[in-house]
Design a binder for this molecule. Structure first.
Ligand SMILES: C[S@@+](CC[C@H](N)C(=O)[O-])C[C@H]1O[C@@H](n2cnc3c(N)ncnc32)[C@H](O)[C@@H]1O
Length: 268
């Protein structure tokens, strides 16, 4: 078999595998950048010890736990509290005071929240700023396992590396090598399983945080999600994106750039 034919067979295997995984797990991999998915799949295949994706699938179809682990691996869930702390400082000093000037109770959505580090960071800031837990903070992710970790609220040294010492002392208890988040913060966040690519979005948010989630989405998928976020925000609401992301042609989606990585929904 020539290299061209072998490549075609591999591409076909990849597409069949992708369809099977989408049907079995509800995660549409065609909305993710193909090269990234292929690279991760190759790594998973090598680790599994199978010689082809077809053979790998034969094992996966009998084993829901292994399928779930593969989806976890493909969706990548690295996070930490106050990730890129200077950005959270900006949210605390510029964005939240402005939003709180118009509403006493904020509605905030952390989309693709991983194990809760991001929504809990916002919960801590709001608690410090307003002294109350009355805000609605929603954390969603497509990955059920990370949401359970979020509800448990038990973190590693790496997770809390950007937390200021005073905040760490106030809201975490150290037990052996783990950091246990205080219930007063945990109770401020509600978690729901949610796929940004297929589930309906809640509305009337003041702030949507979606960072390091869409980096692997195709341009079409990103565009759909940005449109969805704009509809989900109330006029004047703010979208907070990741440090390696940009919202190209922001006005086309109904946004204006107000600070780096922060966009406001333009009032109609
Ligand atoms: C790299 S983490 C980012 C966590 C956090 N936002 C941060 O910046 O630290 C990406 C998260 O996006 C989630 N994710 C990937 N695809 C998703 C989708 N289609 N819908 C919802 N969440 C998704 C993953 O499960 C993962 O937890």
């Amino acid at each position: 078999m020539g290299p061209g034919v072998a490549k075609n067979v591999q591409d076909m295997e990849f597409r069949i595998f992708q369809t099977r995984l989408t049907e079995a797990c509800g995660l549409d991999l065609s909305c993710y950048k193909e090269k990234q998915v292929q690279r991760r799949l190759k790594a998973a295949l090598a680790k599994s010890g199978h010689i082809s994706l077809n053979e790998y699938w034969r094992t996966l179809e009998k084993n829901p736990e292994m399928r779930r682990e593969l989806v976890d691996f493909l969706t990548i869930n690295v996070s930490n509290f106050f990730r890129n702390a200077e950005r959270f400082d900006q949210v605390q000093t510029k964005i939240l005071p402005e939003l709180l000037g118009t509403r006493k109770t904020l509605r905030i959505w952390s989309a693709g929240c991983s194990a809760g580090q991001e929504p809990y960071s916002i919960a801590i800031i709001l608690r410090e700023m307003t002294g109350t837990t009355r805000h609605y903070i929603l954390g969603t992710d497509v990955n059920k396992a990370v949401l359970q970790m979020a509800r448990d609220g038990i973190y590693t040294e790496e997770d809390v590396k950007e937390v200021k010492p005073l905040v760490l002392a106030k809201y975490f208890v150290k037990q052996a090598d783990k950091y246990i988040l205080s219930n007063s913060v945990k109770q401020m966040v509600q978690y729901k399983i949610h796929n940004l690519l297929s589930d309906p979005y809640e509305t009337d948010f003041d702030l949507i945080i979606c960072r390091n989630v869409m980096i692997y989405f195709t341009d079409k998928a990103k565009s759909d999600v940005f449109n969805g976020f704009c509809e989900s925000l109330r006029p004047g609401g703010v979208l907070f994106i990741g440090g390696t992301e940009t919202l190209m042609s922001a006005p086309n989606y109904g946004f204006e750039l107000i600070h780096p990585f922060l966009y406001r929904k333009v009032c109609e």
